[in-house]
Design a protein around this ligand. Sequence first.
Ligand SMILES: *[C@@H]1O[C@H](CO)[C@@H](O)[C@H](O)[C@H]1NC(C)=O
Ligand SMILES: *[C@@H]1O[C@H](CO)[C@@H](O)[C@H](O)[C@H]1NC(C)=O
Ligand SMILES: *[C@@H]1O[C@H](CO)[C@@H](O)[C@H](O)[C@H]1NC(C)=O
Ligand SMILES: *[C@@H]1O[C@H](CO)[C@@H](O)[C@H](O)[C@H]1NC(C)=O
Ligand SMILES: *[C@@H]1O[C@H](CO)[C@@H](O)[C@H](O)[C@H]1NC(C)=O
Ligand SMILES: *[C@@H]1O[C@H](CO)[C@@H](O)[C@H](O)[C@H]1NC(C)=O
Ligand SMILES: *[C@@H]1O[C@H](CO)[C@@H](O)[C@H](O)[C@H]1NC(C)=O
Length: 923
Amino acid sequence: MYQSTAWTYGIFLTSWLCWSSLLTGAQNSITHPEEVKALKEIKRSLIDPNNNLRNWNRGDPCTSNWTGIVCSNGTSNDGYRHVLKLQLMKLKLLGNLSSKLGRLSNLTILLLSGNQLTGPLPKELGYLPNLNILQIDENNISGPIPVSFANLNKTGHFHLNNNSISGQIPPELYKLPSLVHLLLDSNNLSGYLPPELSKMPQLQILQLDNNNFNGTTIPASYGDMSQLLKLSLRNCNLQGEMPDMSRVPKLLYLDLSSNKLNGPIPPDRLSENITTIGLSNNHLTGEIPINFSGLPRLQRLLIANNSLSGSIPSSIWQNRTLNKMENLTVELQNNELSNITGSTDLPPNVTVWLQGNPLCSNANLVQFCGSKSEGESKSQSPTNNTLLCSCPPSYEDSPISDGCACAAPLLVGYRLKSPGFSDFLPYRFEFEDSLTSGLELVRHQLYIDSFEWEEGPRLKMYLKLFPVDNHFNHSEVQRLVTLFESWKIPAQPPIFGPYELLNLILLDVYKDAIPTPQRSSLSKGALAGIVLGAIAGAVTLSTVVFLLILRRHVRKTSAISRKRRASKASMKIDGVKSFTYGELATATNNFNSSTVTGQGGYGKVYKGILVDGSVVAIKRAQEGSLQGEKEFLTEIELLSRLHHRNLVSLVGYCDEECEQMLVYEFMSNGTLRDNLSAKAKHPLNFAMRLRIALGSAKGILYLHTDANPPIFHRDIKASNILLDSKYTAKVADFGLSRLAPVADVEGTVPTYVSTVVRGTPGYLDPEYFLTHKLTDKSDVYSLGVVFLELLTGMQPISHGKNIVREVNVAYQSSMIFSIIDGRMGSYPFESVVKFFTLALKCCQEETDARPSMAEVVRELESICSRMPEADAITADHMFTNVAKVVTPPPSSSSSSRVKYPYVSSDVSGSNLVSEVMPVIKPR
Ligand SMILES: *[C@@H]1O[C@H](CO)[C@@H](O)[C@H](O)[C@H]1NC(C)=O
Ligand SMILES: *[C@@H]1O[C@H](CO)[C@@H](O)[C@H](O)[C@H]1NC(C)=O
Ligand SMILES: *[C@@H]1O[C@H](CO)[C@@H](O)[C@H](O)[C@H]1NC(C)=O
Ligand SMILES: *[C@@H]1O[C@H](CO)[C@@H](O)[C@H](O)[C@H]1NC(C)=O
Ligand SMILES: *[C@@H]1O[C@H](CO)[C@@H](O)[C@H](O)[C@H]1NC(C)=O
Ligand SMILES: *[C@@H]1O[C@H](CO)[C@@H](O)[C@H](O)[C@H]1NC(C)=O
Ligand SMILES: *[C@@H]1O[C@H](CO)[C@@H](O)[C@H](O)[C@H]1NC(C)=O
């Protein structure tokens, strides 16, 4: 739709640029021809099912901003631009790595993580003299590591974990003078562990878990690595004795578990900052070294399932002072341990597991011998799992002054790929501080919303970046996104290891800050001139130049004016009328600004009077919101099939060149939001509010269950619920590209980092915001917020206060009557409480705790049915009065009164079909 339009623009724009640069001979801004050729080869060897690389045929890679390519800016000695970075992560790419990657001789960063690439690593990658970061982790790469990689003497980061790489690790890799992180875990490597690797002068992390090193030993030389922080050789089929690691001064993390190591544990004291010692599932014998005592940072001592004997020095946990952030877990199950020396009192925050040892027959020690339950959760969320729009807990003393700042955070999915600890809490603040300063933010702007341990172990977390003022300005958003995307955040303390960006979510308010990659920067005028009559498809330069010249002569169109043509819509859509531009221009007095009744992201809404006298609302897409014709008509076709008394119905549409308009029935009483505002002339009473709630819920239920395909509204809010002349609630703004997602939302977007979450702050399902998983319960949440507005009259967010939180607080302290909207007149106590309870249930943070839309309808019907008769009558009376005042009905007798759902039997809600409106006849 919009994108395909932009795409078409792109083809011509690019060709236009090529053409003009040829004409002017401006050669210095183009990519080196060798590299252009190489990129085309690279693309040819990839399979790109989601067509993310669709612009990789057009024009010049560097000047046309091909997806995932970052170039030098044209100041190279040879006068050409060179590809510096290739970033194609998480694009679901298949196929092989082309040997032509070796031709990108200036490449510094190659990121291909998280695709499904197969085939071997080309040896040519080893000939990239400038390569600093090589990440091809999480693919299906096979074959050996080429010896040529030993030439990569600028490479600091080598991430090839989670592939099917086989064979011997080339001993020659020791020549890599700059290598800091070597991650080869979860592959099929075999052979032996080269002792020479210890010669790497900078190596901090060596992670080789889950490989099969044929029963060889761990070289003793690994105990001599001066910069090593982490050695992880878990499940590598290693045997022999454990090396003495006491001479590794900075060691933080040692995991040798699940091998066949035998012999004793070397007795010398390990580094003072060690956090994790993992030796479980081996054949270790002898005693537990006394030197494991009082290690000041120790979090995990895991030596279960070995053959250790002797007694356990309780000084391991007694000689530790743990602050409240710290925990120490000692696992020694299934050994031959016979006693504990020293006090058996356990300090708080210490857990010791001793099950399966002889000492368990000692009645004094059975407390340590319970079985380790599976109840231990791998994921830890901060206790205060904050709502989307609430402030971070540290907010009180923060310099962020305006309460509204908390309404519009940026959300960043971030992952530590190989951290040097097992518990994050003791390091959390150091992490926050260092990243805050790395991003040049002020304290309290960055907040870790939640975190979770994953396989690896890797630590995934969601960060919220809060603006200092109401929201970030565009240049600030751009600055932050660039820092994250371009790998430019200054290095964090080494304990945090390498990181990766998982995603970066921008709320609607920020979506204009980041230009869509395919979007043009030429003026709209010039664009329109080029684009008119555009054809799609990849075309060679000469054809394009020819076509351009031809077309520009053929079509003398004013660049900016929107050209009208008689409707060419050949597709006939039942039930809706196809209007001409002229008809709608007449209806709106030529789109006079006095007829504008609203403005949305899509465009303006006009009130129009058709020739037959009927009043309609006309939604007119602005330039930039236009969809492709086919998509537009498909959507109309879909909308035309939706009929329900609680949905605003589509009357017709107009689709002419450069104009797309939707024509809806006009709702004379405006939006629910306006009717709830303090300025509303005729406040709604409780019965009317209940009825509006029920109507809205029924309309949405119809979208969820009766529409085919089902539609999730995604943007339910009080201003999208309209009231007709009889105050019947009608849901608006559904259908426009709001189909329920077929697969996951992530990955179908062309750039992996910038995903726009649809919706309005204050109404947005916190779980959708966090996970991107859109479900029907996201609409339930938003509708719950509308219910709270109906009850309290409050805005979802005002003065930094979030309605859900405010009502929850009042509800829990039995104070709801202090927040009820005073203007809704008298109401039955019991019904109001039930309505509050339902609303808050809809606004639960956890998706599963929310009722389904069908349950919401059922509960509202039950509340309505129990409304005392008297109330219903008063409400009815009141309602007719209001209706009379606002729009005098043509025949305002009592017989024309609208029946209340809760007193009439014919609208039970279970019978949606009976409510289906007759199809509107084409006019
Ligand atoms: C390519 O990106 C650069 C820098 O972001 C921008 O200045 C330029 O206009 C873009 N070119 C095109 C054709 O989009
Ligand atoms: C780009 O150009 C600017 C000045 O024009 C220069 O400072 C910068 O180093 C250049 N960057 C690259 C990558 O060549
Ligand atoms: C970039 O590549 C060109 C051509 O291959 C080469 O001449 C130049 O030295 C390279 N620049 C750097 C910084 O390696
Ligand atoms: C990197 O390798 C090149 C050639 O293989 C060599 O000339 C250069 O000195 C090496 N750099 C370092 C820091 O070892
Ligand atoms: C090691 O294992 C690989 C594959 O599992 C096998 O091909 C190789 O012969 C083995 N080497 C030794 C020395 O056992
Ligand atoms: C241990 O950590 C402390 C605090 O981070 C640091 O000052 C000290 O240098 C570290 N010790 C070693 C041996 O790295
Ligand atoms: C544990 O602490 C006590 C008292 O502080 C001390 O006497 C003892 O030597 C310590 N034991 C070890 C193994 O560090």
